[in-house]
Write a protein that binds this ligand. Structure first.
Ligand SMILES: *[C@@H]1O[C@H](CO)[C@@H](O)[C@H](O)[C@H]1NC(C)=O
Ligand SMILES: *[C@@H]1O[C@H](CO)[C@@H](O)[C@H](O)[C@H]1NC(C)=O
Ligand SMILES: *[C@@H]1O[C@H](CO)[C@@H](O)[C@H](O)[C@H]1NC(C)=O
Ligand SMILES: *[C@@H]1O[C@H](CO)[C@@H](O)[C@H](O)[C@H]1NC(C)=O
Ligand SMILES: *[C@@H]1O[C@H](CO)[C@@H](O)[C@H](O)[C@H]1NC(C)=O
Ligand SMILES: *[C@@H]1O[C@H](CO)[C@@H](O)[C@H](O)[C@H]1NC(C)=O
Ligand SMILES: *[C@@H]1O[C@H](CO)[C@@H](O)[C@H](O)[C@H]1NC(C)=O
Ligand SMILES: *[C@@H]1O[C@H](CO)[C@@H](O)[C@H](O)[C@H]1NC(C)=O
Ligand SMILES: *[C@@H]1O[C@H](CO)[C@@H](O)[C@H](O)[C@H]1NC(C)=O
Ligand SMILES: *[C@@H]1O[C@H](CO)[C@@H](O)[C@H](O)[C@H]1NC(C)=O
Ligand SMILES: *[C@@H]1O[C@H](CO)[C@@H](O)[C@H](O)[C@H]1NC(C)=O
Ligand SMILES: *[C@@H]1O[C@H](CO)[C@@H](O)[C@H](O)[C@H]1NC(C)=O
Length: 808
């Protein structure tokens, strides 16, 4: 058994093992950074909203200065960092210096490490006799609505002499207008504020080390609520810093090559603001700062970055379609004052972030203390068995987990699932708690980064709750898609169930106002973020059983974790209406789409039907919570009766697994929709179904996890983690370790995708190959185990304490 102490120790090693001597070189002799806890395909740099969503890829063993900053889409964002040491400049952030001629005093910093936790992505690089550390902090503070509503991130660059001697050091950084303008021919305009006053020319900074210098860049002709290739067409880019401990400080905007070349030659900037407003491709304008530390042994500069939209959403209300202000306006007021507030808040928010982070680690450790899987890691790998009779060729083709192209590192060799039950199912043999931590730590910023917090139209002393709007990033850009909120639900239940209410509120408000003509739940609140205008004609994507079930289950889950019965009462009419729809259509769903719509339509989907049945059981609990016993009895009786029939339709005649669809013998799939039964203690699914599935999954597992269903070799990471939570510890370990192993080894090269191949290189889906699910909030589903932990601790009381910063 692994003890709590040893679990904690594992984390300590993962977070602090940054031995530069252990770093590897690639075939070309280039240094590979030491990645920790895993080599995630991309690391978040500034991920705070669907529009402030910057990452760096680790493709080709890359890091901060080999792959530049990208928007989640993969489009480049201009973001440069140079450290100059005794006259030699080293590029440590970005790749923009490749645009300059070869200069003998310009080099690349050498990568040492790239690490992340739930709040930070940290990079260390060597620049001659100093080490530079770039810490990117996108705080995740889900109890704190005001701070969470700010779409800005922190970037702290610090350096330290490694030879004990003082060195003459300058830090340089710039950004370009790509953050706020996808179409490169759109004219920009910009201004540099010094403590809110536009400035230009030399300024005396001595004695004013806390003056906030703030580049603001926007399109000359913004298109409010418009998007282009997912980039916002309105709002302001803000890049801010203070001189801090620098002895000299300077700034400049101008043509990228001129500004950078002159900086490298002079090691200072001109303090001039270019007045030739133009587009990003017309003599690329950049916006730069330089901190000169003189001769010293260490120093640091703090920057904040993000794009800020005001107004933030278009929202359909009984009074018409109105623009909604961002929630931060209510907390902090004027746009420039949030930058000030945010900048000055660094120490406080670091402490808040650290609290979240240490709680996360403690909770992961605590979950595993009570749920350790048996580990057989010291066994000698046995010959690989072959499973010749499985239905799909792909599994016997040698691309399965027993295909020889997957040779694990003999140092940690094969781990085996319980050998007495499944002879020789190989599992990447790494610590499961460490693997799970690597998954959830990467997911937290991605989930929160898909949201904006808006002020509700009736904001005031009686309603201070923000409305949360989710962008269905990457897949189709819908607003508050119900079947995207549903997989993300475990995250919200774990961090703060009130956020689930803020998610659900706009959907309830729209449908309670009579803006949706159908008897079932709507699919989403608008086809194109940020237009939350609903579907007054009722022709949204048709997923009635899926979404009606999801809404009921989410409403009940919110209640179960918050104790807020008033919420159920005020939405009871709609919930009951949807439950009645489920009575009609859930047992035999016919040709309904499920959430996995990319996988195609299928009649009688087992996993969809069980969702409907679980939702009916949840509805009976809702009825009983609000005191409507007659309804409760009815819904409960229907759920039980349906369950018995479901089981007779759903289980394969071999009795080894459930089917993907009632009529399709030998088909199978992840039965992830049983997770809410377990999470919410609904008691619909008997233990033998869980046990049967738990024994089945390993037999169809591939190297990077268990396929979503028998039609494809791809899987979904969110549904894998939901399913893992329904399994016995040994099978759960298979899911968790395989996902972390994928994260560490995948050939995908952007933010955490939830849809990937379980075979070959763990790429984006091979077929259909046009589907990319990148940076989606469904990563919230990875918190399934932590939500279970929380459910165990939950007392049924609303014990959430809100702390929201300083309201002004
Ligand atoms: C990345 O580095 C590892 C060694 O740590 C090497 O095996 C692998 O081939 C490298 N990948 C690429 C794409 O260079
Ligand atoms: C990143 O750096 C911050 C600030 O120094 C530190 O608190 C945090 O623990 C670091 N995280 C990782 C994963 O290195
Ligand atoms: C610059 O700042 C110093 C210290 O605050 C002050 O003594 C000096 O007068 C300032 N010079 C100008 C030109 O503002
Ligand atoms: C949102 O609606 C406005 C008004 O109809 C429209 O101009 C804009 O293009 C829409 N935005 C998106 C992203 O579709
Ligand atoms: C932000 O951009 C708008 C145009 O979209 C512009 O009118 C406004 O002045 C900018 N705000 C600041 C503080 O520069
Ligand atoms: C800043 O000052 C310089 C030099 O006086 C001038 O050329 C430039 O147009 C000014 N920029 C702005 C934005 O006014
Ligand atoms: C600051 O910059 C000025 C002008 O470039 C220069 O004369 C001075 O020596 C610098 N001070 C330090 C401490 O580097
Ligand atoms: C798998 O099938 C493909 C296509 O039929 C074939 O090219 C490949 O060699 C097979 N791999 C193995 C390991 O048999
Ligand atoms: C924010 O905090 C203030 C002061 O504690 C409190 O009065 C206010 O109700 C809070 N607002 C929200 C939205 O939680
Ligand atoms: C759907 O399942 C029901 C119950 O098993 C069955 O009667 C019906 O024929 C199935 N539909 C199709 C198209 O197979
Ligand atoms: C079902 O499981 C039993 C053992 O539990 C096994 O003997 C049998 O081969 C399995 N059937 C299929 C079709 O996998
Ligand atoms: C990730 O890969 C590194 C280097 O190969 C290895 O040391 C580490 O154990 C792996 N972690 C996981 C969780 O697979």
């Amino acid at each position: 058994m692994t003890s709590l102490a040893s679990i904690t120790l594992v984390f300590a090693v993962a977070a602090f093992a940054q031995d530069p001597n252990s770093r590897a070189k690639d075939a070309n002799g280039h240094d590979i950074p030491f990645y920790s806890p895993v080599r995630a395909p991309a690391l978040p740099l500034a991920v705070r909203s669907p529009y402030t969503n910057a990452w760096v890829s680790t493709a080709n063993n890359g890091t901060l200065n080999s792959n530049g900053a990208i928007f989640w889409t993969g489009d480049p964002l201009g973001w440069e960092g140079i450290i100059t040491v005794d006259g030699t400049s080293y590029e440590y952030l970005g790749t923009g210096m490749s645009g300059l001629p070869i200069l003998k005093n310009l080099k690349k910093a050498i990568p040492l490490s790239a690490s992340y936790d739930s709040q930070y992505s940290n990079f260390t690089l060597a620049a001659g006799p100093v080490h530079v550390t770039a810490c990117f902090l996108s705080p995740v503070t889900p109890m704190d609505y005001c701070r969470t509503s700010i779409p800005l991130s922190y970037f702290e660059a610090s350096w330290e002499s490694t030879d004990g001697a003082a060195h003459d050091v300058q830090l340089y950084s710039d950004v370009n207008g790509a953050w706020i303008s996808y179409e490169s021919d759109k004219a920009l305009e910009w201004v540099l504020y010094g403590d809110d006053t536009p400035i230009n020319g030399t300024r005396n900074i001595t004695g004013a080390s806390d003056t906030l210098y703030d580049w603001f860049v926007n399109q000359q002709d913004p298109y409010v609520f418009g998007e282009n290739n997912d980039f916002p067409q309105w709002g302001n880019l803000s890049y801010a810093t203070t001189p801090g401990t620098a002895k000299n400080f300077s700034f400049q905007s101008g043509h990228s090559t001129d500004v950078r070349f002159n900086y490298i030659m002079d090691r200072t900037l001109s303090n001039l603001v270019d007045a030739q407003y133009r587009s990003t491709t017309d003599r690329e304008p950049i916006f730069a700062f330089s901190h000169d530390f003189g001769s010293s042994i260490s120093g640091s500069a703090l920057y904040t970055i993000g794009t800020i939209q005001d107004p933030i959403m278009r929202y359909l209300t009984p009074g018409g379609v109105i623009p909604l202000a961002p929630y931060w306006k209510f907390c902090y007021g004027y746009i420039l004052s949030i930058v000030h507030h945010h900048y000055q808040d660094y120490a406080t928010i670091q402490a808040e972030s650290a609290r979240f982070e240490s709680q996360l680690k403690a909770d992961v450790a605590s979950y595993y203390t009570g749920n350790v899987a048996m580990i057989y890691s010291n066994n000698t790998p046995s010959p690989m068995p072959s499973y010749a009779n499985l239905s799909m060729d792909v599994y016997i083709n040698g691309t399965d987990q027993f295909g020889n192209q997957y040779i694990f590192d003999p140092e940690n060799a094969y781990g085996f699932l319980n050998p007495s039950n499944f002879s020789g199912i190989a599992i990447p043999d790494v610590s499961e708690p460490e693997s799970y931590y690597a998954i959830v730590a990467l997911s937290a910023r991605q989930v929160m980064g898909a949201y904006v917090f808006a002020a509700p139209p009736d904001l005031g002393p009686t309603n201070e709750s923000p409305l949360m709007f989710q962008k269905e990033i990457s897949s189709d850009g819908n607003v508050n898609t119900v079947d995207v909120m549903y997989p993300a639900m475990p995250f919200f239940l774990y961090v703060n169930p009130e956020l689930l209410r803020f998610n659900l509120n706009p959907l309830f408000q729209n449908q309670e106002s009579g803006f949706y003509p159908n008897g079932y739940s709507m699919h989403d609140l608008g086809s194109s973020f940020p237009n939350a205008t609903g579907h007054v004609e009722g022709n949204d994507e048709y997923m009635p059983v899926e979404e009606s079930g999801n809404m009921i289950i989410m409403a009940y889950a919110y209640y179960k974790f918050s104790g807020n019965v008033a919420y159920l009462r005020s939405n009871y009419r709609l919930l009951k209406q949807w439950a009645q729809y489920l009575i009609e259509f859930s047992l035999i769903p016919g040709i309904q789409l499920s959430t996995d719509d990319f996988a195609g339509r299928l009649i009688n989907q087992t996993n969809l039907a069980i969702k409907g049945i679980i939702a009916l059981k949840a509805m009976s609990q809702i009825s009983s919570a609000v005191g409507l016993d007659w309804d409760a009895t009815n819904f409960s009786a229907t759920a039980s009766m349906y369950y018995i029939q479901w089981e007779s339709f759903a289980v394969d005649p071999s009795e080894n697994h459930t089917l993907l669809a009632y009529q399709w013998r030998s088909s199978y799939g992840l039965l992830y929709n049983t997770y809410p039964d377990k999470l919410l203690s609904l008691g619909i699914i008997p233990d033998y179904i869980y046990a049967m599935q738990s024994e089945w999954y390993p037999t169809i597992s591939q190297i990077f996890g268990v396929p979503l269903d028998s039609r494809h070799s791809y899987t979904k990471s969110d549904w894998e983690m939901w399913t893992a939570a329904t399994c016995a510890p040994s099978t759960r370990r298979l899911f968790v370790n395989a996902l972390a192993y994928w994260l560490n080894n995948t050939s995908t090269d952007r933010a955490f995708t939830d849809l990937y191949e379980t075979i070959d290189s763990g790429s984006y889906p091979v077929s259909p190959n046009s589907i990319f699910f990148i940076a989606r909030p469904v990563a919230g589903g990875h918190f399934s185990l932590l939500a279970l932990l929380k459910a165990g601790q939950n007392t049924g009381n609303n014990s959430i304490t809100l702390s929201n910063g300083t309201a002004t």
